[in-house]
Design a protein around this ligand. Sequence first.
Ligand code: ZN
Length: 268
Amino acid sequence: MRRKPKRRIIHVRGRYSRLETTHPWAMNRLLIVSLLALGGCLNFDPPGLITFVIDDGQLTDYTVKRPIFDARGAVAVSAVITRHRHLSDAQLLAMQADGWEIASHSRTHIDEPGLTPAQLEDEIGGARQDLEAIGLTVTTHVYPHGLTNFQVEQVTKKYYDAGVTVGGPVNTAPFFLPALGRKNFGRTYARPGRNTLDYYETLVDGANHPGRWLIFMVHEVDSTDAATLGHLLDYIRARSIPIVTIREGIRRFYLTAPRVRSATITEP
Ligand SMILES: [Zn+2]
């Protein structure tokens, strides 16, 4: 006849209090609950982060968007197509000196999935060489049109800490680098009804939790977008959510959650 397991109360850091038993399965559950409690105690995940990655390296990154960020003491990432440059060396270096990150957006903006290994080396690794030749520190690759696959990611991992895509849910730890997803900001690629301050504020509210990282994708902005961007930055700052570059975001997550990353981190 099977013995009825004894029942007892286990208290683990209060919030994990639950009725358990001395049954072998119960001991496993005790172990799991204890590990959960330990994880909660160590709190690996940093507070929510927000990043703005601006694609294509247009001159307006310097003349229009940068002043909007400057006015709020915030920074962004400018992703440059190195063989179709609009920003001068001096402008890129000035942005980096101000705390902006200059990222690769490939050499020619060609779709990367389907390229030969040699072409991938040229587009992805070559873009880093081009930017480093100017004196820039480059650790992020932004996939043209957000397109990537296994081969593209392998080459990206060789040269960068992160590869930035388009779409997907808000990034939530643990991350499986290099791929990081983004949400659109601005009229150019907005779905109907989604280019509003209310919508963007809802995204920010959703990212304001430990372990979340909301990355906006920005292209050209018209005067309405420019005003919305300013209001959105004010909204984020009022909630004390850090606005960081991709490099800084990875550094923060790496320092607090080393278990999720295996590749080498390149410090600024
Ligand atoms: Zn692009």
